[in-house]
Design a protein around this ligand. Sequence first.
Ligand SMILES: *Cc1c(COP(=O)(O)O)cnc(C)c1O
Length: 375
Amino acid sequence: MTHDQRVIRAAAPVIGEEEIEAAVRVLRGGMVAQGPEVAAFEEEFSKFVDGRHCVAVNSGTSALHLSLMALGIGPGDEVIVPSFTFAATANAVRLVGATPVFADIERDSFCLSPRAAEAAITPRTVAIMPVHLYGHPAAMGPLTALAEQHSLAIVEDAAQAHAASLDGTPVGAFGSAACFSFYPTKNMHSLEGGMITTGDAATARTLRLLRNQGMEQRYANEIVGFNVRMTDVAAAIGRVQLRSLAAWTRQRRANAAALDAGLRGVVTPPVAPGAEHVYHQYTIRVTAESGRDRDTVSRELQKRGVGNAVYYPTPVHRLAPFRTGEKVLGYAAGDLPETELAAAEALSIPVHPMLTAQELERLTATVNEVVGGPA
Ligand SMILES: *Cc1c(COP(=O)(O)O)cnc(C)c1O
């Protein structure tokens, strides 16, 4: 391969000099467990979610788990979730002993359909968990109205959507609680980590207790809790990354605009009116009408040095832990038609801010060549 033919990576987590220096500074200081860096990270992150309370934890999954627990959701409760998501969303529901009820998505946004969510409500429903998938905000207007009408909590899964917004409101500022992930491939990272945001001070306090063995004062345990604390090393890295988030988001959006303009023969991702998409993924659809098969396109791109990925090939409701022994779910093939279609058509191609202009051009040309070439 020539220099130009280097593989274009699907994701490029940044661990730069600043991140390394921040980590070393904390390590040399010797106080590495949850401390002042975590507190500062929470305060700084709060500016991205309209000043809501922020509670840092060790992963996005812990954030989801604790949020449901803090809201008192448990056995006998049903929580409406999309099936077209990462399994962590539904795992969190099961981890508190509640039942995930899977609802279909909207074709354009890939996010939970308010109409499907409404149809899934039963007397046992206590919450809705919209996922801002790929960085596109879910339809929070109708979902919030639905939740109010039926007295349901909303827990946003914002793991892929740092700094996305809808009609000027940032994701993370809609729900009773919202959860972000700082896994390395997300729009920003802290090696591993998560953040819960909430507008309710009492919920924030419960979350802080759950994070740390149920203690606020050492050895004055108030409730049963976990150890899902974030380290100060992770928080120091997260703080550095947070400073670049706005610029990286602008670059993701510019890259997406270039792809929108340059791609042929595939469905590019539409953006809902009022939505600020942050393109955690740039996800195209390879449709039957195009005469191309998604998996073949994926393999051909890989062969030509263009990294790509299928998120998600199997909808969660068909994964082993969720399809067995769950009579209440009782899904049949075709019950979630938009979910099944997305699982067959979606293909995520690189959009990350580390792409060079040259890579972006080669990426566009290669996709057009693979999709437009002879069958
Ligand atoms: C990454 C992700 C999570 C889980 O976050 P972790 O930090 O990996 O635990 C949850 N939901 C969605 C939609 C995600 O993409």
